[in-house]
Design a protein around this ligand. Structure first.
Ligand SMILES: [Fe+2]
Length: 442
């Protein structure tokens, strides 16, 4: 690295050139820099990449590095990097609302020997496919701290209850949290976890997916066939009352596929507005109209196979009409089902809490996914005035959604908590068995 370099006490001493510094517990996507030096990740062959601790190899970037940075400058940079990185971060959930902003100028002071917190409940973790958006991890990952692991008597639900406010702060900032390693095993464990937040349950009225209640607030996630991809969507974006939060729990991970990709919706809006300005202008002016034909009874062979009875939670047609009206839907009865027409509904929403626009619609999902024996995808969604959508723009949106998304394989016991205003989700096809459960709250 240099002819002279500081040891841990900051005293310069002679070292060989090309020394490798390995820094542990740094995030793989945060670009830490020493002046004139590169900090690439250790390659896979070291068997360390993407595993915690994630290490970074610091090495000179050739002549340029040597000419730009003298020993003193390197020393100062190195010390500042170490200060920024610190050891594994512990979120202080008990004092000052904790600290989760990794930006050096905003973040916590570095922990010294991990003694910053009084009570440690959660650790900020990492997963391989996590992204850094701006300066925030997406999704944020929370692992149990050693304190929680040692305190066997304390349930995860209790930890959640005590730290609800802090978890909400993270959710507000990052949009999604992956809780990993908390030892949840069953649907009941998950239900307790969800109930610990004390949110009001949102009845799944008007949603498209076939689901079954498992226990308490917990439902199966979309039970559509495993070989089918479920496109990106905000949960229940096509009806006026949608959940503000969506919880997923992996009870049984698939051996292949079955991820639940997530994407920050404001990024999708920003890119669409930049790349398809006219289309977005039309869309903001006209909104969207969704048409879906529901069958008599559920059709598990279809990803949108909820029959009208389970869509409106009644067997009575008049009652179904009333409930549909509340959801802003009109019903036209057919011989073997009912045609629902929703909208026009705005396609873009203002995320008031963050002061930005979000791509809050099911356009791509409907246009590319609402297909079964009763529905033709291209007719499933139109502009609010009934005119067809430009195919290229819809497909471009699909590409943007995919490019901006994060797809992390499930591990059993994982809970993924989404802010349903900020984040869209999808499901990749999988090889069964797989069991991912869901809970929707107001
Ligand atoms: Fe969903």
């Amino acid at each position: 690295m240099s002819d002279t370099t500081p040891n841990h006490a900051g005293t310069p001493r002679k070292l060989r050139r090309n020394m490798i510094w390995i820094l542990e517990n740094v995030h793989r996507e945060i670009p830490y820099h020493l002046h004139g030096l590169q900090t690439p990740l250790l390659p896979e062959k070291f068997g360390l990449a993407f595993k915690r601790p994630i290490n970074i190899l610091v090495k000179p970037s050739g002549k340029e590095a040597r000419s730009q940075a003298g020993p003193e400058e390197k020393k100062a940079s190195f010390v500042s990097v170490i200060a920024e990185l610190g050891p594994r971060r512990t979120i202080n959930t008990k004092t000052e609302g904790g600290c989760n902003d990794r930006r050096p100028e905003k973040g916590c002071p570095p922990l010294e020997g991990g003694t910053m917190t009084v009570e440690k409940e959660f650790l900020v973790g990492q997963v391989p496919n996590q992204k850094i958006v701006g300066s925030l991890a997406f999704p944020e990952v929370l692992n149990p701290s050693d304190v929680v692991q040692e305190d066997k008597a304390k349930t995860v639900a209790e930890s959640v209850k005590e730290n609800k406010k802090f978890i909400e702060q993270i959710l507000h900032k990052n949009g999604a949290i992956l809780f990993r390693g908390f030892g949840l095993k069953t649907a009941s464990d998950f239900n307790q976890f969800v109930e610990a937040f004390g949110y009001e349950e949102l009845p799944y009225v008007g949603g498209a997916a076939p689901r079954t209640n498992v226990v308490g607030q917990v439902f199966t996630s979309n039970e559509s066939p495993p070989d089918q991809r479920i496109p990106f969507h905000h949960e229940m974006a096509q009806v006026p009352e949608y959940p503000s939060k969506v919880f997923f729990f992996c009870e049984l991970a698939s051996v292949q596929g079955g991820e639940t990709p997530v994407v920050l919706s404001h990024l999708v809006y920003e890119r669409m507005a930049k790349e398809w300005p006219e289309f977005v202008r039309d869309l903001e002016e006209k909104g969207l109209l969704y048409n879906r034909v529901l069958g008599e009874g559920d059709d598990p062979s279809s990803p949108i196979g909820r029959g009208w009875q389970s869509t409106f939670l009644t067997r009575d047609r008049e009652e179904a009409e009333k409930r549909a009206a509340k959801l802003g839907m009109k019903l036209e009865w057919l011989e073997d089902g009912v045609k629902t027409v929703s909208g026009p509904i705005p396609a873009v929403k203002v995320d008031e809490a963050h002061g930005r626009k979000v791509w809050f619609n099911s356009m791509v999902a409907a246009y590319t996914g609402w297909e079964d024996s009763r529905n033709v995808p291209e007719k499933a969604v139109t502009f609010g005035d009934g005119t067809p959508l430009p195919r290229e723009a819809v497909l471009a949106c699909l590409k943007i959604l995919t490019e901006e998304s994060v797809s992390e394989p499930w591990q059993e016991g994982d809970v993924l908590l989404l802010d349903n205003i900020q984040v869209q989700h999808a499901r990749k096809p999988f090889v069964p068995p797989r069991r991912v459960l869901a809970a929707l709250t107001k």
